[in-house]
Design a binder for this molecule. Structure first.
Ligand code: PLP
Length: 398
């Protein structure tokens, strides 16, 4: 089928989420490159939005997938049978996390993991109020959307969940709004879609302290920051603050659909009764996805890919200096390049795409260009990417 016919059918039959999809078509991906039907290579600066942390077509991930496909696919709804890839992945995770994060509930996606974590908090505390942050993004299902901090995304889908509170990120004075009524506070340790905002350490400690004081569960949404992206396996490990519930997704499945919320065994056990089967999923923790995710985790840990994320991020920051660039914010390889306007950012993104570099903007920071490449990106590839971004700026008139 010709590329343009495929594109027409894509626009006709695959439901769209905007009127302006880039609608590029790739036939192959390997390492940090995507290839179109003409064999043209594109450098991937976004990893399918923080998913392909090991790059594309990693041999250990594809081998794990093939092996599991040859053993079995789905056997039974979640939590009923002993599914070996789930057991192995959960055990490996527990060995890398603090003892209070040793029980893993696998889901199909990030949003579904957020939903589960919210229900866990309500069930555990017996409270109904849920707190989140302005400009946070937690997913598009109705519970996750309720705690997402953007009225524009929510407006036409109301009514959403009641009893939701939004705090300003990195504003210690708002923490007094967390009270003994609050079931949980859901927080991204780096607020990605707001333009990669990094909270300061004292604030994170104050958040932890307030949640402990009020008996509020602290839930870290590490769906975007996890699996090595910000310099440690999970961002909380660098922040020195341990959440009560850790939520993961995106890169967690090694390129396959998988999420999880992770907590203490005692906490998690409230989901087993009153009601029995009160939180279930058919496909959550699919054996093929768990096999892929575990293979990815093993490579990340063995090669300590998180250890170089900060250094590589610094190289981007050092190279991306130009009068049109206001700042480069973020941590490790989760970065936002801020311009004066969406229009400038859009023209830079268009130029990059036309010159073989895939990038994007952020949901709540349309003036920021996204840098979240596979963690395996090399110094030469970082220089190549930055040269394309900078060359696009030389075409702008100010
Ligand atoms: N939380 C964060 C921080 C995210 O970035 C996303 C997705 O972009 C989600 C939650 C939702 O994950 P999913 O798209 O897998 O439902």
């Amino acid at each position: 089928m010709t590329e343009s016919l495929n594109r027409t059918r894509f626009l006709q039959h695959v439901a769209q989420t905007s009127d302006f999809p880039p609608a590029m078509e790739f036939v192959k991906a390997d390492g940090v490159r995507l290839f179109d039907a003409n064999g043209r290579a594109f450098l991937d600066l976004i990893s399918g939005i923080s998913v392909n942390n090991l790059g594309h077509h990693h041999p250990e991930i594809t081998a794990a997938i093939h092996e599991q496909v040859d053993r079995h696919l789905h056997l039974m709804v979640y939590g009923e049978f002993v599914v070996t890839p789930q057991v192995e992945y959960a055990t490996k995770l527990a060995s890398l996390l603090p003892p209070s994060l040793s029980s893993v509930y696998f889901t199909n996606s990030g949003a579904e993991a957020i939903e589960g974590a919210m229900k866990l908090a309500k069930r555990f505390t017996g409270r109904t109020e849920i707190a989140g942050f302005v400009n946070s993004y937690h997913g598009s299902t109705q519970g996750a959307l309720s705690v997402t901090g953007d009225p524009e995304l929510q407006r036409n889908f109301r009514p959403l969940l009641p009893d939701i509170l939004h705090l300003r990120y990195n504003h210690p004075e708002d923490l007094s709004k967390i009270t003994s009524r609050t079931a949980c506070l859901i927080m991204e340790p780096v607020q990605a879609e707001a333009g990669c905002l990094v909270p300061n350490a004292a604030y994170l400690n104050a958040v932890r302290e307030r949640c402990t004081q009020t008996g509020t569960l602290l839930i870290f949404d590490e769906i975007q920051t996890g699996m090595g992206r910000t310099g440690t396996l999970f961002a909380f490990q660098d922040a020195g603050v341990v959440p009560d519930v850790l939520v993961t997704g995106k890169a967690f499945g090694g390129g396959m659909p998988l999420g999880a919320f992770i907590a203490d065994k005692k906490l998690m056990s409230v989901l087993t009764n009153h009601p029995v089967l009160g939180h279930i999923t058919t496909f959550g923790g699919h054996p093929v996805c768990c096999a892929a995710g575990k293979a990815a985790l093993e490579v990340i840990v063995r090669e300590q890919l998180y250890a170089t994320a900060e250094e590589k991020g610094q190289l981007f920051k050092t190279l991306l200096v130009h009068p049109a660039i206001r700042e480069v914010s973020g941590k490790g390889l989760l970065l936002a390049v801020r311009f004066d306007s969406y229009e400038i950012n859009k023209s830079v993104i268009d130029h990059c795409m036309a010159h073989g570099l895939i990038t994007d903007w952020f949901l709540f920071a349309p003036d920021c260009l996204r840098i979240a490449p596979p963690l395996i990106i090399t110094e030469a590839e970082i220089r190549e990417a930055c040269a394309i971004i900078l060359s696009s700026l030389s075409t702008l008139t100010f």
